[in-house]
Structure formats: structure tokens, C-alpha cells
Design a protein around this ligand. Structure first.
Ligand code: NDP
Length: 479
């Protein structure tokens, strides 16, 4: 046995992770259900390092040093279960099976529990950064046991991306499904961030009347400031691109129906179960869904909208600055909501996730990489018990400083008929958190009226019910 790790599933992700490992000096046993991919990898990239091709799972396992480390990079869902079933009987107690696919964290919890009974470590690992990240350095979010992580850490640290301060973007997130959970929320935040950027573009285009090339310049400028991030950078690239066939801005020739593969939806479904308000992610998932309802959109196109006032160039320039503030504040809310969800799950499942470390490992390799993440790490390092990002003094100050512009932008959007579900829901969340009194009090009254659901009082302990049907509506104490 010569190989230090095995990779099975050699489509784009598996192939590139195998190459990344080989380039870092590891001997990598490689296997794929259909042998062509294995042969192609060795033929095309064999000179990049030591690959040990295997025809069968048994051959792959036989090629590995103990404890064996096998990385699965196969299609998520049923294929992953099938591949686990193939490999598990070939492994011994102490061996480690890593699933780097986009598994649902609940599946990972189930698989981990089952394999644990057989003494096999199962490490569900979120991998962000796509194809390029897999080859040059992804952000990695491994779950599973601490012991398994220790056996994987040297390899993962070598192949992961490096943050600007040189630290590898990988850490042990927590037991069983914690890694895949955090990867899921990462993708949810990515949806939210992209939706907010989309709304900023739409406002600059429709309300300020700028052309895509001009908007690309604005995004480039924003990228040099506090919004600086991979997503803002690529937004400028996309907006500056001209379609070769028509000579028109590329963004104008792309069909406006956004696709999705499901991790955003999982985030929202899970958030509903946990009771954590990720309104920005939910709006982003629904906005993509709205965009895809072509027949409904065509039928509704005749609905009347407002007249849009023509803006004076000075007003347009000022508006663009206000959009930057609204975008930043909304982004703070989006990340605050994502972190709230991670912390709630960490408590629910006893994962002990370090919120500061999560921000640190997204700083490179991941799609949401941004200088901004350092701020989140700093906020949680300064106060590990922070109830939420908006409770951090720095973020609270910034959101507060942006709120006037944020309100102007949202009200301008409403006035001009530009849909901004992301900006407006983020602002509603901000206003909900800072409200002295929420109408939840009235809702409790309604619930008590029709369902005797009881309520608590602001002035004394206990649960109460008002006998609404009795003429003088006496109050009873129920506990
Ligand atoms: P795919 O998700 O397209 O999966 C294809 C691979 O799965 C092939 O190697 C295929 O083998 C194998 N496979 C499918 N069904 C089975 C089965 N029943 N038994 C054995 N092998 C099977 O590949 P990707 O490289 O795109 O992604 C791999 C994983 O990584 C997925 O879980 C994906 O969600 C995740 N991921 C993908 C990212 C991306 O940007 N693409 C980013 C991050 C994670 P064969 O060649 O024989 O068909």
C-alpha cells in the first residue's frame, strides 16, 4: 500500500481535488465507476504527481496506507449512499470516509451514525469554490469526529486556499453533519448576497438610468471599498462584458430566469424548522423562483406601474452612493441572519461551532470571500457570546449610519416600481430588531381570543388567559 489518500468519483470536482492533492506531494489512489475518467486523469495529468489508478473499490482500498482515507466526490443523494455501501464493507475500524459532495446535513448525520457503529469515521465535508477552487484551493468545512479531522488536517491544510494572512481556509466545524450544515448556510448567504447585488444593479439601471458599462465602473469602485469581494468583482466583469454576436451588453441578452440547484432552498427549509429568520435568503430563493415563472410573468406584464421620474445627473450620482449604503447594510443583515442560523443549529445539535472560525475559513477559496469576513471574525472573537452580528458595536454603528440612505433607496424603489425584496426585507428585519414594541403583543391577544393560547404579561410572571366570551372579560392565571 503506497497511497496516502484515495479519491473516488473523478468528475470535475474529484479530478481537481485529486490533482490538488498530488500537486502537494501526496500519492493519490484514484477510482471512478466508469474507468474512462480514471484513465483520462492519469493520461492528462499523470505528470503532476503520483496517481495510483484503481479499477475497483477493492483495488482503491488495497492501495491505501492505514488508517485509510477515502474521499468520495460523487453525485449527492442516492449515488452517495450507493458508493458508501460499496466502500464500507472494505474498510476497517479507524478508517476514514470523507464525503466532499453537496450532501444534505441530515443525510450526513444519518450516514455518520450508521458508519460509527462499524467503527468507521465519516466526515461530511463542505467544499466551496467550484471547479477552480478544487484545483487551486477550496474553502473546506469538515464535520465528523475530532479524531478523524486530526488525521485529515495536514492534507486538508495543504490543499485548502490560503487567507490573506496565510492561514489555510479549513477548520474542524463540529461533529457529524456540522460541516455540511455550514456549507449549506454558506450557499444560502451566497444566494442572498447575489440577490442584493442584483437589486443594486437594477436600481442603478432603472431608477438612476445608468447603462451596464457605467454600472460596471461603479461596482469596480465599490470593490475597492468595504464591499470589496469576489462577488462584487465578478459582477463588474459580467456587466462590462459585451455580447460578441450582437454587440449588446451581455446582461441584456441573457434570459432573466435564474437557476438553482437546491442548497438555498434547503437553507430556508431548515431555517423554518429551527425558527431562525433568514428572510434575506428566503427572498433570494423566492426571487429566483419568480424569475422562472415565465407564463405568469407574461400574463401579468400589462399590470400598471408608476411613472418613473427622470433623474438629474447630480441626483443619480447621489442615489448611487445611497445604493452603496443600502447594499452594505443589507449585506450585514444577510450575514447576521446566516450566523444566527448557524448558532441556533449548533445549540440544537450540540455542535459547539465557533462562529469566528466559520468567517475565517470563508476568506479565501469560497464564493463569498471578502475582506468583510475579517470583521465578523473580530466581532465574535471580541465577544463570543454576541447574540447576533447586529449586536456588535461596529456593525450596529455602520448599519445605523446607513439607515437613512437605506430608507431612501427602498422608498425610491417602491415609488419607481423596482422590486427590491432583499433590500426591503433586510430593512424590515433591522426595524424589527430595534423596535421597542412589536405587534406580536396584538397577535398574542388574537391567539388567546380564538384559541385560548394564553399570553404572558409585561408586568408580572405567569401565563394568563382572558375569558373573552364572558361579558366583563375577566383574566385567569393558567400557570
Ligand atoms: P457530479 O455531481 O456530476 O457527479 C458525477 C460523479 O459521480 C461521476 O464520477 C460519476 O461516475 C459518479 N457517480 C454518479 N452516480 C454514481 C453511482 N451510483 N455510483 C458510483 N459513482 C457514481 O460531479 P461533480 O464533480 O460536479 O460533483 C461531485 C460532488 O461535489 C457532488 O456531490 C456535487 O454536488 C459536489 N460539488 C460540486 C461543485 C461544483 O462546482 N460542481 C462544488 C462543490 C461541490 P461516472 O463517471 O461513472 O458517471
Amino acid at each position: 500500500a503506497t497511497a496516502q489518500i484515495g479519491v473516488t468519483g473523478l468528475a470535475v470536482m474529484g479530478r481537481n481535488l485529486a490533482r490538488n492533492l498530488a500537486r502537494h506531494g501526496y500519492a493519490v489512489a484514484v477510482h471512478n465507476r466508469s474507468a474512462e475518467r480514471t484513465d483520462a486523469l492519469v493520461r492528462e495529468f499523470g505528470d503532476e504527481g503520483v496517481f495510483v489508478p484503481a479499477r475497483t473499490p477493492a483495488e482503491l482500498v488495497a492501495a491505501l496506507q492505514r488508517p485509510r482515507r477515502v474521499l468520495l466526490m460523487v453525485q449527492a443523494g442516492a449515488p452517495t449512499d450507493a458508493v458508501i455501501e460499496e466502500f464500507a464493507p472494505l474498510l476497517e475500524p479507524g478508517d476514514i470516509l470523507v464525503d466532499g459532495g453537496n450532501a444534505h446535513f441530515a443525510d450526513t448525520r444519518r450516514r455518520e451514525a450508521k458508519l460509527r457503529e462499524r467503527g468507521i469515521h465519516f466526515v461530511g465535508t463542505g467544499v466551496s469554490g467550484g471547479e477552480e477552487g478544487a484545483l487551486h484551493g477550496p474553502s473546506m468545512m469538515p464535520g465528523g469526529s475530532k479524531e478523524a479531522y486530526e488525521a485529515l488536517a495536514p492534507l486538508f491544510q495543504d490543499i485548502a486556499a490560503k487567507a490573506p494572512d496565510g492561514t489555510p481556509t479549513v477548520t474542524h466545524i463540529g461533529p457529524d453533519g456540522a460541516g455540511h450544515f455550514v456549507k449549506m448556510v454558506h450557499n444560502g448567504i451566497e444566494y442572498s448576497d447575489m440577490q442584493l447585488i442584483g437589486e443594486a444593479y437594477d436600481l442603478l439601471r432603472q431608477a438612476a438610468g445608468y447603462e451596464p458599462a457605467r454600472i460596471a465602473e461603479i461596482f469596480r469602485e465599490w470593490n475597492r471599498g468595504r464591499l470589496g469581494s469576489y462577488l462584487i468583482e465578478i459582477t463588474a466583469e459580467v456587466l462590462a462584458h459585451t455580447d460578441a454576436a450582437t454587440g449588446r451588453p451581455f446582461v441584456d441578452i441573457v434570459a432573466d430566469r435564474a437557476g438553482q440547484k437546491g442548497t438555498g432552498r434547503w437553507t430556508v427549509q431548515t431555517a423554518l424548522d429551527l425558527g431562525t429568520p433568514v428572510t434575506g435568503i428566503a427572498e433570494a430563493v423566492f426571487a429566483r423562483a419568480v424569475s422562472g415563472h415565465t407564463r405568469l410573468r407574461e400574463a401579468a406584464r400589462a399590470l400598471p406601474g408608476p411613472d418613473r421620474p427622470e433623474l438629474h445627473p447630480d441626483d443619480a450620482a447621489r442615489f448611487a452612493e445611497q445604493v452603496e449604503q443600502a447594499l452594505y447594510a443589507s449585506k450585514v443583515v444577510a450575514y447576521a441572519q446566516g450566523w444566527h442560523m448557524i448558532q441556533a443549529a449548533s445549540e440544537e445539535y450540540g455542535w459547539g461551532i465557533d462562529p469566528a472560525a466559520v468567517a475565517a475559513i470563508w476568506r479565501a477559496g469560497s464564493i463569498v470571500r471578502a475582506g468583510f469576513l475579517d470583521r465578523i471574525t473580530a466581532a465574535y472573537r471580541a465577544n463570543p457570546d454576541l447574540p447576533g452580528l447586529l449586536a456588535d458595536e461596529g456593525f450596529a454603528r455602520e448599519a445605523g449610519a446607513a439607515q437613512a440612505a437605506w430608507r431612501t433607496v427602498v422608498s425610491t424603489a417602491v415609488r419607481d416600481g423596482v422590486p427590491v425584496p432583499g433590500f426591503s426585507s433586510a430593512l424590515a428585519y433591522y426595524d424589527s430588531l430595534r423596535a421597542e414594541r412589536l405587534p406580536a403583543a396584538l397577535i398574542q391577544g388574537q391567539r388567546d381570543f380564538f384559541g385560548a393560547h394564553t399570553y404572558r404579561r409585561t408586568d408580572r410572571e405567569g401565563s394568563y388567559h382572558t375569558l373573552w366570551a364572558t361579558p366583563d372579560r375577566p383574566e385567569t392565571r393558567t400557570e
